[in-house]
Design a protein around this ligand. Structure first.
Ligand code: COA
Length: 375
């Protein structure tokens, strides 16, 4: 690929509330160390009834699309938390971001891999059309249901990336990928939560990683991170494992946000950008994407000199700092409300669920169509 193409800007959003996993451990009669040490997770982001995959995508994308709208003619919205089998979630987001009418907007799905597939397709698209830019959004709500083994590995959040020629954040290289149909995780019609065989999923993740993993040393590799210690389980199969201190930097954000499915790999990249003690300029970071069902892809990103200017760090820190801890009762009430909302064709969001910090919120669902408000 002659043209340098990749991530020109990247940002992140997670809802304004979280559940501390010490609270969940106590309620479920589980040792706190299983969650905090065994799985390496500290907190999980909880979706408010006034938010969904569209509002999270809007919050993530808003800052980085300002001034870029006229160049963006492709939006790929990766999610496995879709609420409509026909209308793409990105179409709801399109007017609220002020995007052009001359813009293709698609929803893409393949478990937690779709964002990586979308990124690679967007890179190829921009390579052919270097004057254009693409917006890739991943937005997901990891909801497994109360008292399930997956309950501790929930979370919610979105990543937005602008893909452009001569990118400011990182050049994205083509990857090695591998697909095999495995029944480890899927969400069939009629099921609000995924059908999961967690142990099979962990085995398949590692098996597929072995098919595409590199045979050379890296200072940093970011892994798809359904829970933090999954990165350790993958790292230990490498011929040249990543040093513990660098792996730790890649897990910090995921451990306080939880699993955000498609965005989880890119949250790990942001974690490195936010916590690396030495400059990353010119460094090549390995990225391993895994989507149950299953696809794995390993690819390199090469960090560019101006990356710090193209990431809204202060906004990301503010989103994280502004979060409030939910009580266990609130968690139950919010997720019961989420579950009710997702089954209704008509629903009005109670004003008590709308925080003044939200720049976008869901107002209502009318005949299955969603109404959003931009403040
Ligand atoms: N102190 C420290 N560690 C403890 C502990 C304690 N008191 N109790 C248990 N642990 C460790 C276990 O040894 C295990 O670590 P190991 O795998 O390195 O041996 C870890 O905590 C998890 O315990 P485990 O009993 O395996 O958990 P589980 O059976 O409840 O399920 C998942 C864990 C991840 C399989 C489950 O949460 C799940 O299905 N999640 C959703 C799917 C998913 O995340 N898939 C991943 C691939 S995409």
């Amino acid at each position: 690929m002659a043209q340098k193409v990749g991530i020109d800007a990247i940002s992140f959003y997670t809802p304004g509330a979280f559940l501390d996993l010490a609270v969940l451990a106590k309620a479920r009669g589980v040792e706190e160390a299983k969650y905090k040490v065994g799985l390496g997770q500290d907190k999980m982001g909880i979706i408010s009834p006034s938010e969904d995959i569209v509002t999270m995508g809007l919050e993530a994308a808003y800052d980085i699309v300002q001034g870029q709208q006229s160049a963006i003619d492709l939006v790929l919205f990766a999610t496995e938390s879709g609420f409509d089998f026909s209308k793409a979630a990105g179409i709801y987001l399109h007017p609220l971001l002020g995007l052009n009418a001359q813009c293709r907007v698609l929803e893409v799905k393949q478990a937690c891999y779709a964002a990586t597939g979308a990124l690679q397709l967007a890179v190829q698209y921009v390579s052919l059309n270097p004057q254009k830019k693409a917006l890739v959004i991943s937005s997901d709500i990891a909801w497994y249901g109360f008292k399930t083994p997956g309950e501790v590995t929930q979370g919610a959040g979105a990543i937005a990336m602008i893909i452009a020629a001569n990118p400011k954040v990182a050049v994205v290289q083509p990857g090695q990928f591998y697909t095999e149909s495995i029944p480890d995780f899927y969400r069939p019609l009629g099921s609000e939560v995924p059908v999961v065989d967690g142990k099979l999923s962990i085995r398949t993740y590692r098996d597929i990683f072995k098919k595409v993993m590199p045979n050379k040393p890296y200072e940093y590799i970011c892994f798809h991170q359904p829970f933090a210690t999954m990165a350790n389980k993958a790292n230990e199969v490498l011929p040249y494992p990543v040093a513990e201190e660098f792996l730790t930097e890649s897990k910090i954000l995921g451990s306080i946000v939880g699993n955000i499915y498609n965005g989880s790999l890119f949250l790990s990249l942001l974690s490195v950008f936010m916590h690396a003690k030495k400059t990353l300029r010119g460094k090549t970071i390995g990225m391993f994407s895994y989507g149950s069902g299953s696809i794995g892809e390993f690819f390199d990103v090469t960090v560019q000199n101006d990356h710090e200017k193209a990431i809204p760090f202060s906004r990301i820190r503010q989103v994280l700092d502004d979060r409030r801890a939910l009580s266990f009762g609130e968690y139950e009430r919010w997720m019961n409300e989420f579950s009710t909302k997702e089954r209704q064709l008509n629903y009005a969001v109670d004003a008590s669920y709308i925080s003044p910090k939200q720049r976008f919120y869901l107002k209502s669902i009318e005949q299955g169509h969603r109404l959003y408000v931009k403040r």
